[in-house]
Design a protein around this ligand. Structure first.
Ligand SMILES: C[S@@+](CC[C@H](N)C(=O)[O-])C[C@H]1O[C@@H](n2cnc3c(N)ncnc32)[C@H](O)[C@@H]1O
Length: 614
């Protein structure tokens, strides 16, 4: 129905259709599967739907309901048009989730190609960047890192702020691997501490590697990243955000690290040589490892004759963008694309982002961007709840932010007018809360257009559902995984608990490990204990068995709500695109990660228009 890049009018139309569709099926997206029996959810479906869906096997549910790309549809009965229309509309309205260049079937089955040789190590990422990093995150930091690098090259920025940086895996790859000057800001102290520790480990490994294979390390690694402890206040202005970064950066750095960084930023490539030597006696573990390796490298080589340029990683014939700041560490990332897969970031970031077209004309490229020292690119990898919305507001308002890549997650943690303080959100401690302006803005909706659409509201439950992994569930249904019992078990337990104690409705039971390997009686004993009831409560086996027999209906109902998950996600992300549009900024949604591997795979990408653009 639409390409990933939509005109303003198309965005508005799509928002209208999404709102009307989601309002019509709100009862499904707002329902809790654990209330399948207590709320008679099956009976809320039209009778014709019940008849068509009641006897489907798990693989049929996958093929006929959930998998948009499944071609050999054989319906066991004649389905009502309303049900067919529901499925088709849900599939059509949701943003495409398959990355460009991938086949739908590749993205439904198994891991991305880079994990074929070793399922826990990406063959496209150097070992230095894989340490402590799970395969999913390896895939994400590599793909997003390359896209951010491309954005930096295009905007002429060398600085990146990684917001909600966690353990700093992306930050580390962008800096050491891709040569960018990166600051990560993260609210959790233990994560910031780990990030710095991992940097030190990387530098020590690098020093060892360099001793073993000096020929592979002929130029300097990228700069030392900077990890800042700070809570980004969604209500703060961009000026406060910048101030927070500057202040916290200073506060959190040891003197030598601070000095090291300032020198790095202020010096030219040649100057850096002497800078590194002059500060080599430092006691800072992070900096000293860095300096040691830099010193070793400087004694061997001159950075211009490196044999390991990462250019092939970040340039592409399509975009014609040439990377800057090559780093030898990008070599182990195998950016030369030996695996032969489509790894070009430009295959994701299409040139149709009007005012910011990545030209293939060298003359145009040269004039594309000249950023000032204070300009930077913002990025957030799975920046949860309001954090992604905050990044977009700073991008729109702050003249120093030239580009943004925003990957969202945890949509239920977004603030809304109906639920301004959602649970599970990190709140500011009095000591790290920024003072000053207070904007009465919520994480959803952000745009005036969506705010004006009747029925635009998305409940907590609908947004929580949007975080589910459709592709993974399709796989489970096809495999007939034992895990498919878990919703029916939980719904049955809910019925029993409520019968005994109505006040314990939807009590938090937490995941019961290996529930699918347990009999229902064993499962119920553990569940009772979790809510403070005696484990040996007697069960009415006839009634329990009657409920457990309805497992396939539970699966169908859950799948109907899952079908709406990408539609809800589209609504949230489209609202963000419309918000940018209203600020005069065009954006694109790019399916970047493999959705079966990394379900929150859509990246919102935008750059500021060139000053000379029409
Ligand atoms: C889902 S994690 C992603 C971490 C990292 N970007 C990654 O991909 O590995 C989101 C991170 O954002 C941090 N965070 C959430 N809200 C924040 C805020 N307002 N300011 C700073 N950090 C925040 C959380 O502590 C968490 O580490």
């Amino acid at each position: 129905m639409f390409s990933p890049t939509l005109t303003e009018q198309q965005q508005r139309e799509l928002a209208k259709r999404l709102t009307s569709f989601l309002s019509a099926y709100k009862h499904i997206s707002d329902s809790y599967i654990i209330e399948f029996f207590t709320e008679n959810l099956w009976q809320t479906l039209p009778v014709k739907w019940q008849e068509a869906l009641g006897d489907l096997s798990p693989p049929q549910i996958a093929d006929l309901l959930l998998d948009k790309h499944f071609n050999n549809r054989t319906y066991p009965t004649v389905w009502p048009l309303s049900l067919l229309a529901f499925c088709a509309t849900a599939h059509t309205l949701a943003f495409p989730r398959i990355p460009r260049g991938r086949h739908a079937q590749q993205s439904v089955h198994g891991k991305p190609d880079e994990f074929h040789a070793n399922e826990s190590q990406s063959s496209l990422l150097g070992h230095l960047f894989r340490k402590h990093v799970k395969p999913k995150k390896q895939h994400e930091i590599r793909k997003l890192g390359m896209l951010v690098k491309q954005l930096c090259d295009f905007t002429g920025c060398n600085s990146v702020i990684d917001v909600g940086s966690g353990q700093g895996h992306l930050t580390r790859f962008l800096s050491f691997g891709l040569g960018l000057d990166v600051t990560g800001i993260e609210a959790e102290l233990h994560l910031v501490t780990m990030a710095s520790r991992f940097d030190g480990q990387l530098l020590r490994s690098l020093a060892k590697d360099r001793l073993k294979k000096p020929q592979l390390f002929q130029s300097a690694p990228g700069p030392v990243p900077h990890h800042v402890l700070g809570w980004v206040n969604p209500r703060a202005s961009w000026e406060e955000f910048i101030k927070q970064l500057a202040t916290k950066e200073k506060e959190s750095e040891s003197h030598c690290h601070w000095l090291c960084k300032r020198q790095r930023v202020s010096k030219t490539e040649e100057d850096r040589e002497s800078t590194n030597e002059s500060t080599a006696q430092s006691n800072c573990p992070t900096c000293s490892g860095m300096k040691q390796s830099l010193l070793q490298e400087r004694t061997h080589n001159n950075s211009t004759d490196s044999i390991n340029q990462p250019d092939s990683a970040v340039s592409s014939p399509e975009s014609g963008v040439e990377p800057s700041s090559p780093s030898p560490l990008a070599c182990p990332c195998k950016f030369d694309n030996k695996a032969g897969v489509d790894e070009s970031p430009s295959s994701a970031f299409s040139s149709s982002c009007a005012a910011s077209t990545l030209s293939t004309d060298p003359a145009v490229r040269l004039s594309q961007r000249k950023s000032t020292n204070s300009d930077f690119v913002l990025t957030g990898l799975h920046a949860c709840g309001d954090l992604s919305a905050t990044l977009l507001r700073h991008f729109a308002n702050c003249p120093h932010v030239q580009g943004i890549t925003s990957v969202a997650c945890c949509y239920m943690k977004i603030s809304t007018e109906e639920n301004p303080n959602p649970p599970g959100v990190i709140h500011a401690s009095p000591s790290n809360q920024t003072q000053g302006s207070s904007y009465p803005e919520f994480g959803y909706p952000m745009s005036e257009w969506v705010r004006g659409l009747p029925g635009h509201q998305l409940s907590y439950k609908a947004r929580e559902g949007a975080c589910h992994a459709v592709e993974d569930y399709v796989e489970r249904l096809r495999e007939g995984s034992g895990l498919l019992k878990s919703h029916c078990y939980r719904a049955t337990l809910e019925t029993i608990i409520r019968g005994l104690r109505p006040d314990l409705c939807r009590a938090g039971i937490q995941t019961i490990k290996k529930a699918h390997d347990l009999s229902f009686s064993e499962y119920a004993q553990l569940g009772f204990q979790r809510v403070g009831l005696p484990a040996d409560l007697p069960l009415d086996h006839a009634s329990v068995n009657a409920m457990l027999k309805q497992n396939s209906k539970v699966l169908v109902y859950f799948s109907l709500s899952l079908l709406l998950a990408p539609v809800v996600e589209t609504m949230v992300l489209l609202d963000r695109m419309l918000f940018l549009q209203e600020k005069g900024l065009q954006s694109q949604l790019v399916a970047l990660f493999d959705p079966a591997f990394s379900p929150r795979n859509l990246v919102l990408v935008a750059v500021k228009p060139r000053p000379d653009a029409d």
